[in-house]
Structures are given as structure tokens and as C-alpha cells.
Design a protein around this ligand. Structure first.
Ligand code: GLU
Length: 266
């Protein structure tokens, strides 16, 4: 099936949505919801893939640090997911938008019956101008939070799979960095932003490995792997800084923002 020119998947990571203590960055979340609602008004269908459940839950449970034990991570995700959805519902509500929660496990995308149901749910939500908000079903599955070799081991890959699944034309990954650099910008001030990538080479992956923040599970390498999957399926991928979600408008206007991974012809 060809990609839908109207469907955009936006992924936002834990380090964009929260501070180092797991407090929600209210301003970023508000701006994100406003930008998505604005893009929806322009006629685009938006799907949001949001991380942050574990960090927000750990903060709400007043844990001294992000939990390490699986069952505690899952408990934190369970607490944090409701808090996240409560806030999304509130902020999107301010902009007259409804949201629907979709929590996914590996099987949901691969099992024929489940994936058919899932597709129908996405379609019905989008047809009714409701913004689906997706996360891994962390309190049941632990593919992402403790993975060896699963279909998706972080929300970056999940967002690419969702983009393919929904036939999106674009995947925007809002990260805590402006895009892909030709070095590590935190240790090398001369590192330069790469604005366009036609081919994801091993050399590029080498540059990307090792960078990332400590609050999410992914780093730049997982974003490149996600970009590889999405571009192979005809989807443009844009990685940019999530602290400025209004850049969504610039991205829609095809202005030069962050790093663009160009979709392959399919
Ligand atoms: N599903 C996890 C969460 O929502 C993602 C963890 C992460 O990659 O930040 O907490």
C-alpha cells in the first residue's frame, strides 16, 4: 500500500518531555499539543508516539531514582502512563482535540487478527479526528524496557513500525538534540549538524553510536535504525530538537530543520 500524504507520526522521547527528576516539562508538552492540533487543523492526520511513562511514574511514586528492577519499572510505567494521558487529554482538550490511547506489544503488530483490529482502530480514530497516542504496553510487556532481540526495543523503533503500519508519509522524531552531527557535539564543539542524509551507511552508524541522553532508553543509534526502516518503506524521517515543537510547521513547509533522512522510492 502506498504512503498516505496526510499521515504524520511524531515521536517524543522521555528526555524531551521530562527533566532529570522526571517532572513533566509542562511548557514543552503544551507547545507539542498545540503544534499537533494546529497541524491537524491544516488537514494532516497525526499519530503521537510518546515515551515518558516510567520516568513520570517514578517521579510520582517518589522513587529516589529511575527503577532498575523490571517489576518496579512496570509499576512505574503503569502509574506514569495514566498521568501522561491525563495531561495529554487536558492539553489537547485546550485545543479542542480528542485523544485515544494505544498501548502496543510486539504481537499486536505481527499477529494477523490483532494487527487487523489495530489498523481498524487507527483508521477509525483518525477518520474521527482523534489523535492516537501510542506507547509500548510496558506494564505487560518488557520488550522495550529490558530487551534482547525483539521487534522493537525502544520507542524509536516502535515509532518507525507505527509509521509503516499506518502508511504515514513522514516520521518526526523529537529528541533532546538538534539532529545528527558528524561528531559528538557534547565533547567536540566543532561537530556539525548533518542536514540531509540520502544513505544510512555503517560509517554514519559509527558516528551515531554512543550518543544520547540517560533518561530514555534509546540514543542516536536507535534513531538511525528507526530511520533506516522507515526510509526503506518510503517514509521521510526528520530528527530534530523536541524543545521547540512548533518546528512542526517548518517541517510541514519543507524548511531546513534538523536532519532529514530521505525516503527511498518504493
Ligand atoms: N515506554 C517507555 C516509557 O514510556 C520508554 C522509555 C524511553 O525510551 O524513554 O517510559
Amino acid at each position: 500500500m502506498s504512503v498516505s500524504k496526510k499521515r504524520i507520526v511524531v515521536k517524543v522521547g522521555t528526555s524531551t518531555l521530562t527533566d532529570e527528576n522526571g517532572n513533566i516539562d509542562i511548557r514543552t508538552m503544551d507547545h507539542l499539543c498545540r503544534a499537533l492540533a494546529g497541524a491537524e487543523n491544516m488537514g494532516y492526520d497525526l499519530v503521537l508516539v510518546s515515551s515518558g511513562a516510567i520516568a513520570v511514574g517514578a517521579n510520582k511514586m517518589r522513587l529516589a531514582q529511575k527503577p532498575k528492577e523490571i517489576k518496579m519499572k512496570q509499576a512505574a510505567a503503569s502509574v506514569g502512563q495514566t498521568e501522561l494521558m491525563h495531561l495529554y487529554d487536558k492539553f489537547f482538550g485546550e485545543y479542542n482535540r480528542m485523544v485515544g490511547q494505544i498501548l502496543l506489544d510486539n504481537d499486536d503488530l505481527t499477529d494477523q487478527v490483532r494487527s487487523e483490529n489495530l489498523k481498524n482502530t487507527f483508521d477509525a480514530l483518525l477518520e474521527n479526528h482523534i489523535i492516537p497516542i501510542v506507547n509500548e504496553n510496558d506494564s505487560v510487556s518488557h520488550a522495550e524496557i529490558e530487551s534482547e532481540k525483539k521487534l522493537f526495543s525502544d520507542n524509536d523503533m516502535l515509532s518507525a513500525l507505527v509509521a509503516v503500519f499506518c502508511n504515514a508519509c513522514k516520521l518526526i522524531i523529537f529528541s533532546d538534540i538538534d539532529g545528527l552531527y558528524d561528531g559528538n557535539p557534547s565533547s567536540d564543539p566543532s561537530a556539525k549538524l548533518i542536514s540531509r542524509v540520502e544513505e544510512i551507511t555503517d560509517e554514519l552508524k559509527g558516528v551515531a553510536s554512543g550518543s544520547g541522553s540517560n533518561r530514555g532508553t534509546g540514543g542516536m543509534i536507535t534513531k538511525l535504525e528507526a530511520a533506516e526502516l522507515a526510509t526503506k518503506n518510503g517514509i521521510d524521517v526528520l530528527i530534530t530538537n523536541g524543545k521547540h515543537p512548533e518546528m512542526l510547521y517548518d517541517i510541514i513547509d519543507k524548511k531546513k530543520v534538523g536532519t532529514l533522512f530521505v525516503a527511498k522510492e518504493i
